[in-house]
Design a protein around this ligand. Structure first.
Ligand code: MRU
Length: 362
């Protein structure tokens, strides 16, 4: 997607052998990139959320393995890199999907062949992610067209939570890809952007992306969605996900579950957009998904830009009060209208997933 007219991916290889990423902790106030030169760098940017979003975490981890293979391509170094990178964030399964793919590709090769092969495989993971997201966009766009055809007047009002746009993937995004395609094709859309406390990925990243692409949108407090749905001001919801279990339960950014509950109560379709790399066939249900607990500081403090341009961090809570910060929640499959994947749209159930991905489920 484009920033100030220049096309970007979120992660790209440089001619000098390094990797460059967009620093998402500085958005929307500053567009800054960071150059990565080691597996440790890749692990650090995933942990600190310089890069975030399930598919992008996987892509960054793949490059982490590629860097590790440049230094030491032994079996032991491969396993150590996979272990180190796999411990960076617990909920997004794309991380483990990418690491497993790197391992399966590299382990059978001789150590001498691994560095070049690892680099090529990480690049392939990125290229495939772009294509997969583009296809999610096409399938999702068909859903949006159908929904729009049922409306007499006005734009299609879509609610989204967190950031599942191009910044969360290599390009296009998952939940936002259909919206970009609809907008580009001239379908009138308007996006309600949940601010997504405590880190505000909605207000700072989704709104930034949509604004840069010219998509009409409005930032709302996380708690406003239910009210808007009761008043007929949301036509459908689309969110991304960090892990889908075999039965169709979905882990996504904290607060997603409450939106799905409100959508059910108000007969608002609730779609989840996902690449197949987000399906965890090993886990039977959402109860088994590890939920990341992050620092309470993210809740008790906030950063923002002063009118002078200075970016500051301020305390917002009663001094001394403790905070708890579970970063994801699980939406049971019964609240999900359908999945939008790279292979098409299916029911949020084991049967639905298997109908599109029969081989992968074995
Ligand atoms: O903690 P984050 O910002 O990595 O969480 C991201 C999300 O919850 C996204 O909705 C999810 O990764 C889907 S990204 C296409």
């Amino acid at each position: 997607m484009k920033i100030a007219g220049r096309p970007y991916r979120t992660i790209w290889p440089r001619a000098d052998g390094a990797i460059e990423v967009i620093d998402q902790t500085r958005l929307p106030h500053e567009f800054v990139t960071e150059v990565l030169t080691s597996a440790d760098d890749c692990a650090r940017v995933i942990k600190t959320m310089v890069v975030r979003g399930a598919p992008l975490i996987g892509a960054a981890a793949a490059y982490g393995v590629a860097f590790a293979m440049r230094t030491d391509a032994s079996d032991a170094a491969l396993q150590a890199a996979i272990l180190m990178l796999g411990a960076t964030r617990p909920t997004a399964v794309n991380l483990h999907w990418a690491l497993r793919r790197m391992e399966q590709h590299l382990a059978p090769l001789s150590p001498a062949a691994r560095a070049a092969a690892a680099w090529a495989e990480a690049a392939a993971i990125c290229d495939e992610d772009v294509e997969v997201c583009r296809r999610i966009g096409e399938h999702g766009f068909a859903c949006l067209k159908t929904a729009a055809a049922k409306k007499a007047t006005g734009p299609l009002n879509i609610l989204t939570h967190c950031n599942a746009g191009w910044l969360a993937t290599v390009d296009w995004g998952t939940a936002l890809a259909p919206i970009y395609m609809a907008h580009d094709a001239g379908l009138a859309v308007h996006v309600w952007v949940d601010e997504t406390r405590p880190r505000n990925q909605g207000a700072s990243l989704t709104a930034y992306e949509l604004g840069a692409h010219g998509v009409p949108h409005t930032i709302i407090a996380d708690n406003a969605g239910g009210h808007l749905m009761q008043h007929g001001r949301v036509d459908l919801c689309i969110v991304g996900t960090d892990r889908v279990t075999r039965n169709g339960d979905v882990a996504n950014k904290i607060g997603t579950y409450l939106k799905a509950l409100a959508a059910k109560d108000n007969d608002v379709p609730f779609y989840v957009a996902l690449p197949s790399s987000t399906i965890d066939w090993q886990l039977a249900s959402g109860r088994d998904i590890p939920i990341e607990e992050r620092s309470a500081e993210e809740l008790l403090q906030m950063s923002g830009r002063l009118s002078t341009g200075e970016i500051v961090r301020v305390a917002i809570a009663a001094p001394g009060s403790p905070g708890a910060n579970p970063a994801f929640d699980v939406t049971p499959s019964r609240f999900i209208s359908a999945f939008i994947t790279e292979r098409g749209v299916c029911a949020a159930s084991e049967e639905g997933l298997k109908s599109l991905f029969p081989q992968e489920s074995e």
